[in-house]
Design a protein around this ligand. Structure first.
Ligand SMILES: Cc1cc2nc3c(=O)[nH]c(=O)nc-3n(C[C@H](O)[C@H](O)[C@H](O)COP(=O)(O)O)c2cc1C
Length: 436
């Protein structure tokens, strides 16, 4: 298996790749011309044959999603590229947006042709100021060259594209919150069904895909769906961008073939754990998945099934490595700060639970934990999971539960140390009701 197969990062290290003349010299927009020569349904067939799964986290089959779009509703079909990328530990889309924006635009145009969509939008994370500028300029250049506009490449097909900058809310990466935000309202998720493919942007059929997902489409058009399906492993075809951070000697964004061994990835691609330290654990998917201990990483591969079987998830492959010097209590406290800040507040269990859990983690970390705190956290997680409109609550509790379960000894020691020392001056009633 080749870890060096390149589909997405081929040109990102060319310093002039963001400029359309240079991108064209390296083949940009040739795949669009090929797509335009194909029946739109044929393009969908190729994407289905590729078995490409969405790279935004849920891994939903892309061709199947496109197939759900009604083609005779009489309503416009919209395509939205989800570039909100706000999950802690995830920074892979940023590389494509900044360094190969024409690949992103070409992927969107191929998808739009397949869906017979005449309007698309890139919803970019508010803090991504530089990627925003790069993509904005790239869209202008694509208009100047006739790849966008009323007559794309002289084909008679019309397609217009805009970029919209979010205001810095993680929840706006959730596809229906994104739609609310794009329609000018507060970014809070909608109930599903209906799913966006049927009733999305202003009630019209809308496909929402991740930046990385869409950037795979030109290669699939060029080489065929079967060739793509031949890369990687069963149920996880193609390559995967991994944003690797934490206690690594050479963190960064890497493209690996699906199925690449996790520990080999740390050693070969990321230069190993920093300072020769031992590995404590990995959060492999971006923060909203179960943490894996070092022992659990043995024999695991970077693909959907392997990580699922190991009890975690590939997610969007925001790979966070913690060495033996890490305090797991501080680590999960840091995540809980993020989630309590980012909960949109619409559902009571998520809004209240996120803050409450953060406070419990904080008091344990401060040395003010109480007996029953771990059980209280677990109880709160039970009350959040499955009781909210969107997956924010369901996935936020994964790191909480798994840190508490897998590093229970450290949590217990921190709580007991304090009890023995008798240092806490806190009112126990506050702990009972979980407030302070
Ligand atoms: C809280 C939350 C945040 C999300 N953030 C993102 C994001 O930043 N980018 C993204 O592509 N998908 C994100 N998703 C997933 C999207 O809802 C959606 O599944 C995805 O954009 C679909 O694209 P794909 O099929 O290409 O993966 C998020 C989901 C949730 C629940």
């Amino acid at each position: 298996m080749s870890k060096h197969k390149q589909i997405l990062l081929t040109n990102v290290n060319q310093p002039d790749q963001h400029l359309i003349e240079h991108a064209i010299k390296r083949g940009a927009y040739e795949r669009l011309q090929k797509a335009l020569s194909l029946d739109p349904l044929k393009v969908i067939e190729e994407v289905k044959a590729s078995q490409l799964r969405g790279r935004g986290g849920a891994g939903f089959p892309t061709g199947m999603k496109w197939g759900f779009v009604p083609r005779d509703s009489g309503k416009p079909v919209y395509l939205i590229n989800n570039a909100d990328e706000s999950e802690p530990g995830t920074f892979k889309d940023r590389v494509l947006l900044e360094r190969d924006p024409h690949l992103v635009i070409e992927g969107m145009l191929c998808a739009a042709w397949a869906l017979q969509s005449e309007w698309s939008c890139i919803y970019v994370r508010g803090e991504y100021a530089f990627p925003y500028v790069r993509v904005q300029r790239a869209i202008e250049q694509a208009y100047e060259k006739g790849f966008l506009g009323d007559n794309v490449c002289g084909s008679g097909w019309k397609h217009h594209m805009v970029i919209h900058r979010g205001a810095g809310a993680y929840i706006c990466g959730e596809e229906t919150a994104l739609l609310e935000s794009l329609e000018g309202r507060k970014g809070q998720p909608r109930l599903k069904p209906p799913f966006p493919a049927v009733a999305g942007y202003y009630g019209c059929p809308t496909v929402i895909n991740n930046v990385e997902t869409l950037s795979n489409i030109p290669w699939i058009i060029d080489n065929g769906g079967e060739a793509y399906a031949a890369i990687g492993v069963e149920n996880s075809t193609g390559t995967k961008l991994v944003s690797a951070s934490g206690h690594l000697n050479t963190p960064g964004v890497f493209e690996v073939e699906m199925g690449y061994p996790l520990l080999e990835f740390i050693e070969q691609e990321c230069g190993g754990v920093r300072d020769g330290n031992a590995l404590m654990g990995v959060i492999p998917g971006g923060s909203s998945v179960n943490v894996l201990t070092a022992e659990e990483c043995e024999g695991v591969r970077l693909d959907y099934d392997s990580l699922k079987n190991a009890g975690s998830s590939l997610g969007c492959a925001g790979f966070m490595v913690m060495d033996e010097t890490t305090d797991p209590i501080e680590a999960v406290l840091s995540l809980s700060r993020f989630y309590s800040h980012e909960s949109c507040g619409q559902c009571t269990p998520c809004r209240e639970g996120a803050h409450w859990i953060e406070k419990i983690f904080a008091r344990i970390a401060r040395g003010e934990g109480q007996p029953g705190d771990l059980e209280l956290i677990e109880n709160l997680c039970d009350q959040i999971g499955g009781h909210t409109i969107c997956a924010f609550g369901d996935t936020m509790i994964l790191p909480y539960r798994s840190f508490v379960r897998k590093f229970r000894q450290q949590f217990r020691e921190r709580i007991t140390q304090v009890l023995k020392g008798g240092e806490s001056t806190r009112n126990p009633i506050d702990f009972e009701i979980g407030m302070h």
